[in-house]
Design a binder for this molecule. Structure first.
Ligand code: BGC
Length: 739
């Protein structure tokens, strides 16, 4: 086998330039998002890139092939972050990497590391958290997992891609401090900790320049300051000038076309792209190819280990569910008779749509999960819902369209559009039309009365779907509940409470929805998010008390949409096709805002109830070898086995900067603790994590800090004061410098 240097030495300029431009949507693996161009005479294969983050996105059907290529649909990233379980997220990453590898996919286009700036971001489900540390640590774990299977991971969308409205064009205006402390930080953590094979430049502009044409972002920050050695690709169809992309630091333009190759070649010939730049970019592509399974002649084995991975998907769904409210309703009694309402109980939404979608063999609905675990699900209610759906979606429908296009029945001139539809949106629309518009409250009073008599409890699922390409809307039916949903909750609660029976609401949602207007009516609320294919099993085990919930919110759940920090500037100006999105809340994103400005959320960052209780004691905090070492003991003082997420926040008691009230600096999830069992927890916080970005450098201020340890950002159980004896400053590569 030749080395990258040898191969590069033998390449013509045409071959080198062809490497910098993708070959369009993948032909090797149907439904994969793209592939690179091969150079057959030198043994350089095409490598295949496919989406994540919730499972490998390939199409289950292939023309002329009877086999089905289903994958495991894992919980979406917002669920993974809600687990606060780093080791579990790494296992999810590994499973996705193994499936990619088995399918012949060389690079996974995940994880998404954008910040939950606004709960209506259409892809909020594809991102981890509003907090940069939690996002970065989870991102690094995911990358380590994927790459341990011998395929690459891709951090996306770099950077400032926090919304979908006008996503190809808007400009984000953000201060350097907000970028460094909040928006770039997750990428920086994942680059340093996990060495991803690739980073994907985002569609939007950042401070005036397209991210993919932004030399400051791609070359100065990513390569020079952070030392990133992998490949930089564009998002699919990002930017407006391929020559500028290559000059700014892009190695691979995706999905690519012959026209772009020709354009780059011309630019090279007239001297607009220097030969060394072409070489440097081609070398990065070759380095990625050289790491790929394809280059080593390892074709996909086809063995996806779906049984084994289903267990991982289940575990992540269980640990990612967040119990928001519980007034004596959960767990349900043994072998309960359950009145199960809401379309999402029968057609549970497994994940968000668009490129973050994936095609599993099955999705276990909440109804099926409950039944499988021994609950008696009311059949009359089920019959009413099932009777309302006349049309079932089949994967085959999008295949028919694809076949028509391949056979020339659809205009070839629209090929890019059709490929795009094929891989992203047809499936989405099918899903949408299926159940989202079902009337939720078709029941008469007499029907509900009888249902309350014959069942032990009511469970109502509220579902929402979300997708790439659109933000969610601040309207009834999206952020707010529809009138029929509210009336269902109101009527079911009234009738069941008359019979002294409890009412539980399950939120099967991509991100927060309004709860303030109805949560007082019900006894329990469990956010299950978009939990992947094992949805029903995970939910059933929590409802029936076989596991205690241990998820915690990775973002603040607002009380009112208009109280959130980005309310005035989302989705930008003008609101229809925004050109400018001004991050005017600056570093005050999520709890950094709510806590500093004393705004009451519905549920705070880090919040989540358990069936059991935990005592915290014996906090010790010391400075040792450049780290703040936090030690304490956590004991399960309740009646159920459970896991606790210990969160460590720091608050500067004096500061010359304007700083958030507190910031998350570390966390640890305990093992499963039996009642009475205790665990010694240690959290190590490198001193650098205390830094504020000011005057072009990182500053760790000297003085007193309060170390706040708790079960949520507002449930602080233990406190200690830490003295930092001297100021320390760092440059943007974290080298010590004069202050
Ligand atoms: C999305 C990316 C995705 C790519 C390839 C784009 O539209 O923004 O997240 O990886 O398509 O499917």
């Amino acid at each position: 086998m030749h080395t990258v240097q040898e191969i590069l030495g033998k390449m013509s300029i045409e071959e080198k330039i062809s490497l910098l431009v993708g070959a369009g949507f993948s032909k090797l693996v149907h439904g994969a998002a793209g592939e690179t161009r091969p150079v057959a005479r030198l043994g350089v294969p095409a490598v295949v890139l496919a989406d994540g983050p919730a499972g490998v996105r390939v199409h289950p059907l292939r023309l002329g092939d009877a086999q089905r290529y289903y994958v495991t649909s894992f919980p979406n990233e917002i669920v993974l972050a809600s687990t606060w379980n780093v080791e579990l997220v790494e296992r999810v990453g590994r499973a996705i990497g193994e499936e990619a590898r088995a399918l012949g996919v060389d690079v996974v286009l995940a994880p998404g590391l954008n910040i939950h700036r606004h709960p209506l971001c259409g892809r909020i489900f594809e991102y981890f958290s509003e907090d940069p540390l939690l996002s970065g640590v989870m991102g690094a774990a995911y990358v380590r997992g994927v790459q341990s299977a011998g395929v690459g991971a891709t951090l996306k969308h770099f950077a400032g891609h926090e919304q979908e409205t006008n996503r190809l064009l808007y400009n984000v205006a953000a201060s350097e401090r907000a970028l460094r402390e909040i928006y770039l930080r997750p990428f920086e953590i994942a680059v340093r900790e996990a060495k991803p094979w690739a980073v994907m430049g985002a569609y939007n502009k950042l401070n005036g320049k397209y991210c993919v044409q932004n030399e400051w972002l791609l070359t100065r920050v990513l390569r020079e300051e952070w030392g990133f050695e992998g490949l930089v690709m564009t998002d699919w169809g990002a930017g407006d000038n391929p020559v500028e992309m290559i000059k700014a630091g892009v190695d691979l333009i995706m999905p690519g076309s012959d026209q772009v190759v020709a354009e780059l070649l011309k630019a090279y010939e007239r001297g607009a792209i220097p030969g060394e730049v072409v070489d440097a970019r081609a070398r990065r592509v070759l380095e990625l190819v050289a790491k790929s399974p394809r280059f080593r002649g390892q074709e996909g084995s086809g063995d996806l280990k779906l049984e084994e991975h289903a267990k991982v998907a289940y575990e992540a769904a269980v640990e990612g569910a967040v119990l928001l409210k519980n007034e004596g309703a959960l767990p349900l009694p043994e072998k309960p008779r359950v009145a199960l309402f809401g379309r999402g109980s029968y057609w549970t939404v497994k994940g968000g749509l668009g490129s973050g979608d994936s095609y599993p063999r099955y999705v276990v609905s909440i109804a099926d999960g409950l039944r499988e675990r021994g609950a008696l699900v009311d059949e009359e209610i089920e019959r009413v819902y099932r009777g309302m759906v006349h049309r079932f979606y089949e994967y085959g429908e999008s295949l028919q369209l694809y076949r028509a296009y391949r056979e020339g029945a659809l205009a070839k001139s629209d090929s890019w559009l059709i490929e795009m539809l094929m891989t992203h949106f047809v499936d989405m629309m099918m899903e949408y039309t299926r159940v989202m518009h079902l009337q939720e409250d078709p029941f008469t009073d007499a029907f509900l009365e009888e249902a309350a008599q014959r069942n032990d409890a009511a469970v109502i699922t509220v579902s929402r779907i979300s997708t790439e390409g659109f933000d969610r809307f601040p309207v009834k039916g999206d952020y707010y509940l529809r009138d029929d949903e509210l009336s269902l909750i109101e009527r079911v609660s009234r009738v069941f409470h008359e019979h002294r029976k409890k009412v539980v609401v399950l939120l099967n949602v991509p991100g927060p929805v309004d709860v303030a207007s109805w949560r007082d009516k019900v006894d329990a609320v469990l956010a299950i998010w978009l939990p992947g294919q094992e949805a029903g099993r995970a939910v059933a085990d929590i409802l029936l008390g076989r596991v205690s919930p241990s998820g915690k919110l990775p973002l603040t759940w607002p009380r009112d949409l208009y109280e959130i920090p980005a309310a005035r500037t989302f989705p930008g100006t003008p609101p229809r096709d925004p050109e400018e999105v001004i991050y005017s809340e600056d570093i005050y994103v999520g709890y950094r805002y709510y806590d500093t400005f004393a705004v009451e959320p519905a549920y705070e960052f880090g919040y989540g109830l358990s069936y059991t209780a935990f005592d915290y004691r014996d906090l010790e905090v010391k400075l040792s070898g450049g780290e703040v070492v936090v030690r304490l003991k956590v004991r399960n003082s309740g009646r159920y086995p459970g896991k606790e997420v210990v969160q460590v926040y720091l608050r500067a008691l004096e500061s010359k900067f304007s700083r958030p009230f507190q910031e998350l600096k570390g966390f640890r999830k305990t093992k499963l603790l039996a009642p009475g069992e205790e665990e010694s927890v240690e959290v190590r916080v490198p001193l650098e994590r205390l830094a504020t970005f000011s005057g072009g450098k990182w500053v760790v201020e000297k003085g007193s800090y309060e170390v706040r340890v708790g079960a949520s950002s507002r449930d602080i159980r233990l406190r200690a004061v830490l003295e930092i004896p001297a100021e320390a400053c760092y440059d943007t590569s974290w080298r010590r410098v004069e202050c």
